[in-house]
Every structure is written in structure tokens, then in C-alpha cells.
Design a protein around this ligand. Structure first.
Ligand code: S3P
Length: 437
């Protein structure tokens, strides 16, 4: 298989004014709700990364007419709640856990059978976290020892349940809410901690009633989604790489415009600020149901901290690059309560600890987190394990390393941030791409 690598060389400044591509979580949800809505939905700022294109293709295969993306604009001709058609083939979710888990909930309630599969990484990821509660609702889903492919038997009549999620997962919550839109009675999902609430906000934008009481979210089948206009803000998970870069490169100064700052996603800002980062949030505004702002980030010296476990779900995708920040901080940073990082696109605890050690950082993988002593990042060769966020995190490490850092197997950066290298070089990072056979 052809492989794509990055070489990130040290820089002595970072400056610029950038935007980042649309939010991945919101882009997925805009397609899902747009497809089952009555009427037309227009999405602006859609992320045309491979993960969201997997979701889009899945709905095209189920008979939904979708135009675009052209200049990040997508037009979805919704087929209504009961208008999806049986796909002719297996649905390929690619690298995208969000596609597979959210679709599992929706497809469990359809009158036809479906099969969901994915790439080598996705085939290893746990799916019983959605299949178990969906079974309780009356769904018929089979897995292979809890992993994909998922075989979903249609024609089941679902009923609402009260489900206390054992893991703080927005994907599980969203999967059950989508199933709950077809279930008899009420579906109540109780979160152990706050997780991203884009599904709830987007349901509201599509005029579908949803009720929140304490840490429970309640939905029933009595309504329909109505097509609407969705404006997708820039993805804070993509901005995260540049927030950290601007924090650790001496003399750096960076504006990042139009970033989603939904409070269930801003753990990265809180954590970095506790470490001493200089991040100013300006021009706060509402964009549909989502909060958006411009960020101004300046270089600042960092100090190691104990990251509070309650912040874990609020920064879950940002930890690889937070670990790079911790490697540049004075003293020790410790994270616990983050076992979930072991079942992302790679085992992100092992991937980061191993790579940081190669680059000369004293990092120790813990069962549920990591311990990092800040130090000097050396050059070297690290493996991203085909995980987009590991690849981008080590690219940022390279910008402050003593010598170039080569990051292997970076093709999956296209799943979430296809323009990453271009944006990096625009702010004067020094990133080269290479291919080998
Ligand atoms: C996501 C939820 C999170 C996150 C993922 C996107 C979503 O996963 O890591 O990248 O869009 O709902 P979990 O639900 O597994 O925490």
C-alpha cells in the first residue's frame, strides 16, 4: 500500500490569520438530520473530509439526493423520517466511528436490513456500546465479538428505554436519540458526564422537540425533522493543533477565525489556559444553535498540571496535541480517567507515549491516561499508526523540535483536515509531504 508521510522541521516563528475547516461532528449530523427531514436542507461550511463524505455516501446509497459539496456547500433533499430506501450494498463507514455508531441507531429502526463495515482501524473499535442499549430497545444487531461489521435486521419495532451510559460518549448518546425518534414511548439517555451536545442542538434547529432535565436527554417519536439551513462553524478539534503551535513556538502570534466554541468542546482552551497559555476569545456570536468566536493565541510559557478528569470528555479528541503542549511545559502533567483514548482511531495513549519517548520526552503511559515531564523535543521518526490526530499532533511537535520529525502514515489526515499541510505552511510551519511505495 502506498504510504504518505510528513516531515515537520523546526521553525523560529509562527504568524498568521487563518480559518479551519468545518466541524466534523456537526457536518455528520447535518447530513443525517437533513436526509430524514421533510424538505430541503442547505449546509454551509460543510467539512469535505473523508469521514463526512462516508456519511454522505451512505445516505446517497439509501436514495437521498445530495448536491455538493461545492465550496463547502451541500444541499440535501430530505426524504422524510420514513423515506430511506434499502441500500444495494454494504455501507462502508471508512475510518469513521461517528458514521457507524450514529447510523446504527438510525438504521436499527428502518424497515430494511443493512450491513455497516469500515477500514482496518474501524473494524477494531468497540460497537457493543451501541448494540447493547439498542438491543434493549428491541433492535436486532449482530457484531463480531462486539466489533464491526454490524448486521442490522430491519423491521423491528423499537420501544423507548431509560439508559444510563457507562461511558461518557456523544456517539452512543446520539445513536440512541436517533433510534428514539422511531421508538414507542420515551427514550431517556442519562450521561455520566457532559459530552458534546451537537445532536441535541441540531435537533432543535430541525424543529424536532427534545427535552433536557439534569443529565438526562429525552426524546420521543411524535415529530418530524423539518429541513433548514445549517452553518457549520470551524472545528475546534482542528484549530487545536494551531492553538498549541502558537502557544509553544516562541514569538508566535495567530488569529483563528470562526471557531466553534460550544461549551461541551472547549476543554482544550480551559486546559491550556490552566497551563499558562494566552488564548483570547473575541467576537463571540451565535451561529444557528452553536456558539462561534475568533481566537487570538500568543506564545506563552507553559507549566505542567494535573488535568481534572471532569474535563476529559470536553477535550477528548484534543489530547494528542495537549500531550505535545505538556512536553513543552515546565514540570509534570498527569492525566487520569481517559481510558477512552485507548479506543479511538488508534490507542492514543500508547501512540503518543511511544512517539514522545522516541523524541526524547519522559512520558509514561498509564492504564487510563499519561504522565509527561516537559523537556526538549528531539528530532526522529514516529509512527502515527494511521491516526489523523496523532499525525497532526507530532507535526506540531516537529515545529519546536531540535531536528526534523518524520511522521509515518499520515494519509488519514484527510479524514478530518484535508487542508492541514497547506494551513500549516501558511502560518510558516515547515511541513513537507512524501510518498513511498
Ligand atoms: C464524536 C464523539 C466523540 C469523539 C468523536 C466524535 C461525535 O466520540 O471522540 O471524534 O461526533 O459524537 P465518543 O462518543 O466515542 O466519545
Amino acid at each position: 500500500m502506498k504510504s504518505h508521510h510528513f516531515v515537520s522541521s523546526p521553525v523560529d516563528s509562527l504568524q498568521g490569520d487563518i480559518t479551519v475547516p468545518g466541524d466534523k461532528s456537526i457536518s455528520h449530523r447535518s447530513i443525517i438530520l437533513g436526509a430524514i427531514a421533510k424538505g430541503v436542507t442547505t449546509v454551509h461550511g460543510f467539512l469535505d473530509g473523508e469521514d463526512c463524505l462516508s456519511t454522505m455516501q451512505a445516505f446517497r446509497n439509501m436514495g437521498v439526493s445530495i448536491e455538493g459539496p461545492v465550496s463547502q456547500r451541500v444541499v440535501i433533499h430530505g426524504v422524510g423520517k420514513h423515506g430511506l430506501e434499502k441500500p444495494e450494498n454494504v455501507i462502508d463507514c471508512g475510518n469513521s466511528g461517528t458514521t457507524m455508531r450514529l447510523l446504527a441507531g438510525l438504521l436499527a429502526a428502518q424497515p430494511f436490513d443493512t450491513e455497516l463495515t469500515g477500514d482496518q482501524s474501524l473494524l477494531k473499535r468497540p460497537m457493543e456500546r451501541v448494540s447493547r442499549p439498542l438491543h434493549q430497545m428491541g433492535a436486532a444487531i449482530s457484531t463480531t465479538k462486539g466489533r464491526p461489521p454490524l448486521l442490522i435486521r430491519g423491521g423491528q419495532s423499537l420501544h423507548g428505554i431509560t439508559y444510563e451510559m457507562p461511558e461518557a460518549s456523544a456517539q452512543v448518546k446520539s445513536s440512541l436519540l436517533l433510534a428514539g425518534m422511531y421508538a414507542k414511548g420515551e427514550t431517556r439517555v442519562i450521561e455520566p458526564g457532559l459530552t458534546r451536545d451537537h445532536t441535541e442542538r441540531m435537533l432543535t434547529a430541525f424543529s424536532y422537540p427534545i427535552h433536557k432535565s439534569g443529565n438526562a436527554i429525552v426524546i420521543n417519536a411524535a415529530s418530524e425533522c423539518l429541513g433548514t439551513d445549517v452553518i457549520v462553524p470551524g472545528d475546534i478539534s482542528s484549530a487545536a493543533f494551531f492553538i498549541v503551535a502558537a502557544t509553544i513556538v516562541p514569538g508566535a502570534e495567530l488569529f483563528i477565525r470562526n471557531v466553534g466554541i460550544n461549551p461541551t468542546r472547549t476543554g482544550i482552551i480551559q486546559i491550556l489556559k490552566r497551563m499558562g497559555a494566552s488564548i483570547k476569545i473575541t467576537n463571540k456570536r451565535l451561529c444557528g444553535e452553536e456558539l462561534v468566536a475568533d481566537l487570538y493565541v500568543k506564545h506563552a510559557p507553559l507549566e505542567g498540571i494535573d488535568i481534572p478528569a471532569a474535563m476529559v470528555p470536553l477535550a477528548i479528541d484534543e489530547f494528542p496535541v495537549i500531550f505535545v503542549a505538556a512536553s513543552c511545559a515546565k514540570g509534570q502533567t498527569v492525566l487520569h480517567g481517559a481510558k477512552e483514548l485507548r479506543c479511538k482511531e488508534s490507542d492514543r495513549i500508547t501512540a503518543m507515549a511511544d512517539g514522545l519517548k522516541i523524541l526524547g520526552i519522559d512520558a509514561e503511559a498509564l492504564d487510563d491516561g499519561i504522565r509527561i515531564n516537559g523537556g526538549v523535543i528531539r528530532g526522529g521518526v514516529v509512527d502515527s499508526r494511521r491516526d489523523h490526530r496523532i499525525a497532526m499532533a507530532f507535526t506540531i511537535a516537529g515545529s519546536v523540535a531540535k531536528d526534523p520529525v518524520t511522521i509515518l502514515h499520515c494519509a488519514n489526515v484527510a479524514t478530518s483536515f484535508p487542508t492541514f499541510v497547506k494551513t500549516a505552511n501558511k502560518v510558516k510551519l515547515n511541513v513537507q509531504e512524501t510518498n513511498d511505495a
